[in-house]
Unconditional design. Structure first.
Length: 144
């Protein structure tokens, strides 16, 4: 009887513990290999990021590629760079909401987004920050 209880306990434990351990292992593998699809990575690498930087995207457990960087340049210059690079490669800039002026002493946000062939490209800015302008570039597959 005792042996049957131990076997039942082992089977139940295996049924509960192994799927949980497998889920954790898969999440860890995803965070190491990244959330970028091959297509997203290709789009991300089409041209250097602002300032001629050849950066590899940072990864999260979610879909898409992103990278964060800072520059001492003003946000207008950063946006001009991405507008030129994206439109020159056939991206369509999405309509942007009207800018909102930041309160005195607050950082201003902004950015742009574009689409092409089922992919989205977003540039988000925050300025001024301690180091100048904070830039986050995000590439995601939106589907067709």
């Amino acid at each position: 009887m005792r042996k049957a209880i131990l076997i039942t306990f082992a089977v139940v434990a295996a049924a509960v513990v192994f799927p949980f351990a497998a889920m954790i292992a898969l999440e860890a593998f995803d965070s190491v290999t990244g959330g970028c699809s091959e297509g997203e990575l290709h789009v991300f690498r089409e041209f250097p990021q602002y300032g001629g930087r050849q950066l590899e995207p940072e990864y999260s457990g979610s879909n898409g590629c992103f990278v964060a960087l800072t520059t001492e340049d003003p946000p207008e210059r950063v946006l001009a760079h991405y507008r030129k690079e994206l439109t020159g490669r056939g991206w369509t800039l999405d309509r942007q909401p009207p800018p909102v002026e930041a309160a005195e002493g607050q950082t201003a946000g902004g950015g742009l987004s574009a689409s092409r062939g089922g992919y989205g490209y977003e540039v988000l800015l925050e300025s001024p920050t301690r180091d100048g302008t904070s830039v986050v570039v995000y590439v995601v597959e939106r589907g067709s």
